[in-house]
Write a protein that binds this ligand. Structure first.
Ligand code: E4P
Length: 216
């Protein structure tokens, strides 16, 4: 399974890249808003693309297909790594179809039902992003959606990759891997949680203490 980081913060991206497990990045308007004061969003996106050699999702804000396509073309011109995030909607599906015919990769975002994912794949999305945490927040089991999307894409041998998004905790990532999702996009805080285990910490401490007793 590929690991993406879900942030627009360059320090977090650099730190995650240095660990050697980073395959891509997802951003959205909310994440870019958190970087206020650090320059124009295009410059931030370019720097991210120069830091990570993998797909970097950048989202459109237009709500009509024509506007989405225009914004997508501008974003795609920034760097070859850019994947354009298109929100799931009728206009979004139209835009995905047009962008696919132009060779621009898209990530259909805000997926909350299996059929939305199937429709996005049929329209030609390169990626779909089911939002598990937001479903959990609304008292639905978010990972059930991922399981359904994995099954549907297997049934019809669809090449669209599944990005498990809105990840809130390590268990989301573990379940995504068990289910065979292609990618999890993970906040930096959760990446750090994934590395840690209390027994590993205890084990390191004990080995270091015992090393002091070894004749040298
Ligand atoms: C990913 O592509 C989404 O932008 C992100 O995972 C949303 O996460 P949130 O529900 O924590 O805002």
């Amino acid at each position: 399974m590929k690991f993406f980081i879900d942030t627009a913060n360059l320090d977090e991206i650099k730190e995650a890249a240095s660990i050697g497990i980073l395959d891509g990045v997802t951003t959205n308007p909310t994440l870019l808003a958190k970087e206020k004061g650090k320059g124009d969003f295009r410059a931030i996106l370019k720097k991210i693309c120069e830091t990570v050699d993998g797909p970097v999702s950048a989202e459109v804000v237009a709500t009509d297909a024509e506007g989405m396509v225009k914004e997508a073309e501008d974003l795609a011109r920034l760097h070859k790594n850019i994947v354009v995030k298109i929100p799931m909607s009728k206009e979004g599906l139209k835009a995905i179809k047009i962008l696919d015919s132009k060779g621009i990769r898209t990530n259909c975002t805000l997926i909350f039902s299996p059929i939305q994912a199937l429709m996005a794949a049929k329209a030609g999305a390169s990626f779909v992003s089911p939002f598990v945490g937001r479903l959990d927040d609304a008292s639905h089991i978010g990972m059930d959606l991922v399981q359904d999307v994995v099954s549907i894409f297997e049934n019809y041998e669809l090449a669209t990759e599944i990005i498990v998004a809105s990840v809130r905790n390590p268990l989301h990532v573990v379940e995504a891997a068990v289910m065979g999702a292609d990618i999890a996009t993970i906040p930096f805080r959760v990446i750090e949680q994934l590395i840690k285990h209390p027994l590993t910490d205890v084990g390191i401490k004990r080995f270091l203490e015992d090393w002091k007793k070894v004749e040298k």
